[in-house]
Design a protein around this ligand. Structure first.
Ligand SMILES: [Zn+2]
Length: 108
């Protein structure tokens, strides 16, 4: 069977980002098979643009799904969507929004 397509994941840069790129900064799955299965699942959801599912998983406490979702928003510079999540009470989205704005300032 052909390997499913993989996405290019952002680099993990803890000095710039709390969550972006940080899906597997530390082990949340407990074993390599679960880790690999999670990566394949998140790649599929992102490549197929299934943002509603990512959002639902994220709200249900799936850290990897949250990170995959905000990676889409950051990569596409969707400040309004990040702000909406932050205003709905998501502190991680708020942190990511602040980091995005700070990184944009540094790039100017
Ligand atoms: Zn994961």
């Amino acid at each position: 069977m052909a390997e499913p397509p993989r996405r290019i994941r952002p680099r993990d840069d803890p000095s710039s980002w709390s969550y972006y790129g940080a899906a597997h900064r530390y082990d949340v799955h407990g074993d390599p098979d679960a880790e690999a299965a999670c990566e394949r699942r998140m790649d599929m959801l992102v490549l197929e643009r299934r943002e509603d599912e990512l959002k639902a998983l994220s709200m249900a406490g799936d850290r990897c799904a949250f990170i995959a979702l905000i990676e889409i928003l950051v990569d596409e510079n969707r400040v309004d969507d990040l702000r909406a999540m932050a205003e709905a009470g998501d502190g991680r989205a708020h942190a990511t929004l602040m980091e995005l704005l700070r990184n944009q300032e540094c790039a100017d």
